[in-house]
Design a protein around this ligand. Structure first.
Ligand SMILES: [Zn+2]
Length: 123
């Protein structure tokens, strides 16, 4: 079963490309792009729906977001910051740098600090 969507880009039908031209003679129009659902879904799982199923390209996706941003944000407003517990681990390790003098470079060891963010299992 093949299903199609019309591109949801609000200006899709105004973009001057050959792929949008429909009609004959003096009755030609630029028409919104018709998108085959799952056209970029290589997962073998047709239930997975992506924006590719609703927008012919990023330009139309972002035109839609710009036009409907307030409504989109209203679907899931963020009223407070989210936080992810982490541990910040600092460890010393021996590194080196080069010192240049009199046209010579010398490899000089020094103790550097590596900072790593580690996730915390909240299980
Ligand atoms: Zn489009």
């Amino acid at each position: 079963m093949s299903n199609y969507n019309w591109c949801h880009g609000p200006n899709c039908h105004t973009k001057e490309t050959q792929s949008r031209v429909r009609g004959s003679g003096d009755n030609k129009v630029l028409r919104t792009i018709k998108i085959k659902q799952g056209r970029y879904n290589y997962s073998g799982r047709p239930e997975i729906i992506t924006y590719d199923d609703y927008f012919c390209g990023n330009h139309c996706l972002f035109d839609f977001i710009r036009e409907h941003l307030t409504s989109i944000i209203a679907i899931a407003p963020r009223r407070e910051a989210l936080e992810t517990p982490i541990k910040v681990v600092k460890e010393k390790y021996e590194s080196h740098r080069y010192q240049y003098s009199n046209g010579q470079s010398n490899r000089v060891p020094y103790m550097a600090i590596r900072t790593t963010i580690k996730s915390v299992d909240n299980g």
